[in-house]
Ligand binder design. Structure first.
Ligand SMILES: *Cc1c(COP(=O)(O)O)cnc(C)c1O
Length: 376
């Protein structure tokens, strides 16, 4: 937690649950990343936290944006981003959204299938397009599975086809999965993309760009390699494969820019046991899976939790949300221990919740009001 957030929480208590977000930390994270990878253009993945103050601060810092929908594109434009600084990076887009983006001046689009390429040729004529390649997501705590990306052979065919459709096939992309904890995942993916890049260049395609996606991890409960380690691995692989003919590099970080800038403050609603003598207490918070903590599915993302009683005697707990749904459990298998003194009414803090929380909140499931947001 940053000093600014601590000061805010020490004042008049805000309605619970809420996210408190430090824009100075976001700025520091952005500058850090830019320093670590000075050759890469940063396209912030808007979905990680699309709040206007976040987009506005990043615009001021000179960031570009990776948007997934026409709504996210409009949010970036409203925050002052130039159309040339926005990539429509979703490989799954409605024709009307492509058209609207094109009319708004967007000229950079992702695709991973022949069908999407046809849509782009029709509704975004002449635009720059890049093909997303499927890569392994091992090492990612929040993998993207096989939902996205073309196999190399198909990608090659589609990139050649893009030119004949009047589009400008400018590059290739991949995404190694979110909260990716292994630096060698990037090296392996760069190796795959480089071979195709060379092959297509020899076939006459004017390729200029590789988009390395996002995935950079943050520290939750477990240590992860630092951004410097990822930067070193990426530059080693890029120079190893491309030598002095480095293509333009894009990265699309989401989580690593915003996660540790935010803290969710939540209230304990109930502490109970299933039976007398059961060592495990159930701690119910006023925020759960449907309140925005969707990444606790399969206990994939394990947030650090602090309480006013930290340091006192503690015991094992299961942690759940307040709704009447059996899936609304945050942690049951991950060994969490919380103070024995914890009681209803206490405020607990979930650290590192600046990414992938606010927008995952349901629309009032069971009537609960979604979390409020404070940007400092
Ligand atoms: C979600 C996503 C990102 C951001 O991923 P992080 O793990 O938050 O850095 C980047 N690019 C694409 C295409 C995405 O879908």
């Amino acid at each position: 937690m940053t000093p600014k957030i601590a000061r805010f929480l020490a004042g008049e208590p805000p309605a619970s649950p809420c996210l408190v977000f430090d824009l100075e930390r976001l700025e520091a994270n952005f500058r850090n990343l830019r320093r670590a990878l000075p050759l890469a253009h940063i396209y912030y993945a808007v979905k990680a936290n699309p709040a206007a103050p976040v987009l506005e601060r990043l615009t001021t810092l000179g960031s570009s944006f990776d948007a997934a929908s026409i709504e996210e594109i409009r949010a970036c434009l409203a925050a002052g981003a130039a159309p040339a600084a926005i990539s429509f990076g979703n490989t799954i887009k409605k024709a009307v959204a492509i058209r609207a983006a094109y009319e708004a001046g967007i000229r950079l689009f992702a695709f991973d299938s022949a069908e999407e390429l046809e849509k782009l040729a029709t509704h975004a004529p002449g635009a720059q397009v890049y093909c997303r390649i499927i890569v392994a997501n091992e090492g990612a705590d929040w993998p993207l599975s096989r939902k996205f990306g073309a196999e190399i052979g198909l990608a090659r065919e589609l990139m050649l086809r893009a030119g004949t459709l009047g589009l400008d096939p400018c590059g290739l992309s991949f995404h190694v999965g979110s909260q990716q904890t292994r630096t060698d995942s990037y090296e392996a993916a760069i190796g795959r993309i480089a071979m195709l890049f060379t092959d297509l260049t020899e076939a006459g395609v004017n390729l200029r760009m590789v988009n390395l996606g996002g995935g950079f991890p943050v520290r939750y409960r477990e240590a992860v390699p630092g951004i410097g380690d990822f930067a070193a691995a990426i530059m080693r692989a890029m120079t190893g494969h491309f030598g002095n003919a480095l293509p333009e590099m894009l990265i699309e970080p989401g989580r690593c820019l915003v996660a540790d800038a935010g803290v969710v403050a939540s209230e304990v609603v109930l502490v109970s046991r299933r039976s007398h003598g059961d060592p495990v207490r159930w701690v119910y918070l006023d925020i759960g899976r449907f309140g925005g903590l969707a990444e606790t599915e399969n206990e994939a993302i394990r947030y650090r939790i602090t309480t006013p009683h930290d340091g006192g005697p503690a015991g094992p707990v299961a942690i759940a949300g307040p709704t009447c749904d059996g899936a609304d459990i945050l942690y049951q298998r991950t060994p969490y221990r919380l103070p024995m003194a914890l009681a209803a009414g206490d405020r607990v803090l979930l650290e590192g919740t600046g990414a992938y929380v606010t927008t995952y909140a349901s629309q009032r499931f069971n009537g609960f009001t979604p979390l409020t947001e404070h940007y400092l």
